[in-house]
Design a protein around this ligand. Structure first.
Ligand SMILES: NC(=O)c1ccc[n+]([C@@H]2O[C@H](COP(=O)([O-])OP(=O)(O)OC[C@H]3O[C@@H](n4cnc5c(N)ncnc54)[C@H](OP(=O)(O)O)[C@@H]3O)[C@@H](O)[C@H]2O)c1
Length: 294
């Protein structure tokens, strides 16, 4: 379930896969009748029974569930699972460390452990993996619960970090979900590597300009400097406020001149390998504005 899990389930079903999902016993999530849903406490015993007989595992757990992956990898190996798609779906963790904000990496430390364990398992030929680096979820970041692209469609108000010109590549949720299905359809070409995909390359200013056109209004703009935001984010996190993550994310994505946020150029993108489309900022923004109006 969740932001990514729901479209991934839809894409896998649409592409003809037989799909099982896991969900917490306490969860209120619902699933299509075409999938088998296992309510679980994620204990090793329960996971062993669930995983048995499956060819691939796709992890779309939210942040609080990231650690489950470590035990799950061992269970997948023992059960003879062929492909493990870890909960990556962000920046390209296989790039040199210096290309990412170290504080951002620190928040996402469990992802690094998972990747290293998968790389070791692949080296020992125990399990194949594929990571998918997507940049921000573009449509979800513009009109989702956290407004992580700084755009507030309800109030026609934008928060621009720094100049607003920093270049960012990002991928729409439906395209990411389709990429997951395509990876499983192309196991040989996609094994043991991080794939880098994108829908668009853009900036906060460009997205804002397209939103002003699509909504036919002039937006209010709040300007925020990225300096000091990382410290503010960590202070919030230390007090148990998980929204502190958004301050750190804003610096990771939008800090002027940092050059961290272009996951991949259009020419080097793995979209062609997977047969998934690019999109435009205009097209995405128009779709989101239309969805709101309907
Ligand atoms: N690049 C981006 O912009 C971006 C944005 C968001 C997420 N991501 C990445 O995408 C992946 C999925 O994130 P998401 O936002 O889709 O996740 P999410 O919606 O926050 O959570 C997905 C599901 O995880 C389950 N879950 C939550 N807490 C759990 C816990 N403590 N133990 C076990 N299960 C738990 C819940 O399922 P049930 O209720 O069914 O149990 C929830 O619906 C992650 O790897 C994340 O880092 C990337």
């Amino acid at each position: 379930s969740g932001n990514l899990g729901s479209p991934v389930v839809t894409a896998l079903v649409d592409e003809g896969f037989q799909v099982s999902v896991t969900t917490r016993k306490s969860s209120s999530a619902t699933f299509p009748t075409t999938v088998t849903a296992y309510r679980t406490d994620y204990s090793s015993d329960e996971l062993r029974n669930i995983v048995n007989g499956h060819d691939a595992i796709v992890v779309t757990l939210g942040f609080e569930g990231f650690d489950i992956q470590i035990g799950l990898i061992e269970i997948a190996i023992a059960a003879g699972v062929k492909r493990f798609i870890p909960g990556e779906f962000g920046s390209d963790r296989t790039r040199p460390q210096g290309r990412r904000l170290k504080e951002f990496d620190a928040v996402l430390a469990p992802k690094q452990l998972v990747l290293e364990r998968l790389q070791a398992a692949a080296q020992e030929q125990k399990l194949e993996w594929t990571g998918i680096a997507t940049g921000p979820f573009f449509d979800w970041a513009i009109d989702g619960p956290f407004n992580s692209f700084g755009m507030d469609l309800s109030n026609s108000r934008a928060t621009i970090f720094g100049s607003g010109n920093e270049q960012v590549t990002a991928t729409n949720l439906g395209t990411i979900a389709l990429a997951v299905a395509k990876v499983l359809q192309l196991p040989e070409k996609t094994k043991n590597r991080m794939l880098r995909i994108r829908s668009v390359q853009s900036s906060q200013n460009e997205v804002l300009a397209e939103l002003e056109v699509a909504t036919g209004t002039s937006w209010t703009v709040d300007r925020v400097e990225t300096e000091g935001l990382v410290a503010r984010g960590f202070e919030k996190l230390s007090k148990g406020d998980r929204f502190g993550f958004l301050d750190v994310l804003a610096v990771e994505l939008f800090e002027d001149g940092a050059g961290r946020s272009v996951v991949v150029s259009e020419e080097d993108a793995d979209n062609a390998l997977l047969g998934i489309p690019f999109d435009t900022v205009k097209g995405t923004v128009e779709r989101l504005v239309k969805q709101r109006a309907s």
